[in-house]
Design a protein around this ligand. Structure first.
Ligand code: ME8
Length: 513
């Protein structure tokens, strides 16, 4: 089995999880589940990024110790995973001892390779984003990432990033798909071409971090610490030979657009410095606004994934996140459009198709339908049209075009509802029960196929549907056509009950604190 390693960013614990974090995690989960259905051996990881001055200060503000504070927020991220139905294989906290060991080992490797030196740093420090900037990088007195800055001078270890400019350009040229989408790749290339300065990779102004080996006054820069999580999760340093590790050779980092630089430049250079192959790809997506504005506590528009899952179920949130915006572009999360998509697609289109076909079979066919011996030209045309929609899906997912993938499924569902309306099994029942049987089998086979392809996005409802069909829930696409001669259904449970928008208010789905 070919191996694939998929990672989310590890999230900062200075704020509770919101739908932006849920988005990346769900996208990775959909990609992981889809690839497992294609027969890949997938390892999928996520976790929390817990060191740094920002966290130390948030803890003090909350009247807690950094450890106590990170324990409580990290738990909110971890507990969200089963709520969102995420199939991750591991969860890392950067405060774990397995990670500390990896970071210190990695540091020694960088140092022994001659890429770390001691110097002194003066510069504008953006605490919110844990990054230094030069005077000419500031925008209106703030960091280019939007954070307030302070002028700081500290002794500091540097990483010789400047030594990697040509190696990075060469790597980008040889690996044109390394950064997805192309626009972000171009941004990275122009950043590299502008010239790379050496990077400050230790701090002495706070202590909440991993101590630098042999110089514990310094803690390791939080981004060097955080990026190394991807190695910890792949068994490094015990599993030292990452270049011959099949997961590492096929590792894809999913990230939001604002942290591409850290993954696609700094991380690549760190890895090159210790002789480990860079990741296969850095896949970046856009940013969600909420009700047209940046999410913020003061505006009361921080969309809470726990609340969405509680009210609508995790499938509904997963579907909306994957369908509403094109992966790679920014978009707007709104309660109205959420409810609209839920009702129009999940309840009225897919849910209704499943319940009307299956309920009809239970009521008028004793729950059994049999494979037809002959099919009409119209049946074939319908089956071909559905297959055309479904046939487009694998390359769309492989190219991270999740919204188009779901658009294709929606087209197939519409075709199936139209076929049922046109063939009218309720009329056939009166004078042509054989033909009614055939039509119902064809519809059930279509539902089965659509359901398989929908599984990565809505695993809960599709598993329930497979159970109703008495089909295996071990989802593999290779058997999407393999149906038994007889399909039996005992009873039907509605998948997505319709929701009345009037009953749900914005405060029901937004975080209160
Ligand atoms: O950057 N829209 O952590 P973080 C879309 N610890 N995605 C969003 C989003 C939004 N409005 N808000 C957050 C960090 N995200 C570092 C990462 S990795 C080695 C270290 C998602 O808690 C998106 O994936 O600020 C973004 O990149 C990530 O959360 C940032 O999470």
């Amino acid at each position: 089995m070919k191996k694939l390693y998929i990672t989310t960013p590890i999230y900062y614990v200075n704020a509770k999880p919101h739908i932006g974090h849920a988005y990346t995690t769900v996208a990775c989960d959909v990609f992981a589940r889809f690839n497992r259905m294609l027969g890949m051996d997938v390892k999928f990881t996520t976790g929390t990024d817990e060191h740094g001055k920002k966290v130390e200060q948030s803890a003090i503000k909350a009247g807690n110790t950094p450890q106590g504070f990170t324990d409580s927020i990290s738990k909110l991220f971890r507990d969200l995973l089963p709520v969102l139905n995420i199939s991750n294989d591991d969860f890392i906290r950067t405060t774990e001892s397995r990670h500390k060991k990896t970071v210190q080992h990695f540091w020694e490797k960088l140092k022994n390779a001659g890429y770390i030196y001691l110097g002194e740093y003066s510069g504008w420090y953006d605490m919110r984003n844990e990054a230094y900037f030069a005077e000419d990088e500031l925008v209106d007195g703030k960091s280019p990432l939007g954070g307030e800055v302070q002028y700081i001078t500290e002794p500091c270890y540097f990483f010789k990033l400047s030594a990697f400019q040509n190696k990075l350009l060469d790597f980008y040229e040889k690996n044109p798909d390394f950064v997805y989408p192309t626009q972000r790749r171009n941004e990275m290339l122009s950043f590299i071409k502008q010239g790379l300065r050496d990077l400050a990779v230790s701090r002495t102004t706070f202590s909440w971090g991993i101590p630098v080996p042999d110089d514990p006054k310094h803690v390791v820069y939080v981004w060097l610490d955080a990026l190394t999580n991807y190695l910890t999760l792949n068994g490094y340093p015990e599993n030292e030979d990452q270049n011959n590790d099949e997961y590492w050779n096929n590792v894809i980092h999913f990230v939001g657009k604002e942290i591409v630089k850290f993954h696609a430049i700094y991380w690549v250079a760190f890895l090159m410095a210790v002789g480990i192959k860079p990741p296969k790809q850095v896949v970046s997506h856009g940013w969600w606004l909420s009700e047209g504005e940046k999410m913020s506590k003061s505006l009361g528009n921080v969309q809470d994934p726990y609340k969405y899952c509680k009210i609508f179920g995790s499938d509904a949130l997963r579907y909306y996140l994957m369908r509403e915006i094109t992966f790679g572009s920014d978009g707007n999360f709104s309660l109205d459009s959420f409810i609209h998509r839920y009702n129009s697609v999940l309840a009225n289109s897919y849910g209704n198709l499943c319940s009307r076909v299956l309920a009809f079979i239970v009521k008028y066919c004793n729950g059994n339908v049999y494979r037809p011996t002959v099919t009409s030209a119209e049946d074939e045309e319908f089956i071909n049209s559905v297959n055309n929609c479904i046939g487009a899906i694998v390359p769309l997912v492989q190219n991270y075009n999740f919204s188009k993938y779901l658009e294709k499924i929606e087209q197939a569902i519409t075709l199936a509802n139209q076929y049922m309306d046109a063939k009218k099994p309720w009329t056939l029942k009166l004078d042509n029960s054989n033909r009614m049987q055939d039509v119902l089998f064809i519809l059930t086979a279509t539902i089965y196929k659509i359901t398989k392809y929908l599984y990565p996005v809505i695993p809960q409802a599709t598993t329930l549907l497979m159970n109703q069909l008495h089909m295996s829930c071990d989802m593999q696409l290779s058997d999407a056509e393999a149906l038994p001669e007889t399909i039996h259904i005992d009873s039907v449970t509605p998948l997505f009950p319709k929701i009345d928008a009037k009953n749900i208010k914005r405060q029901d789905v937004c975080a209160k604190d």
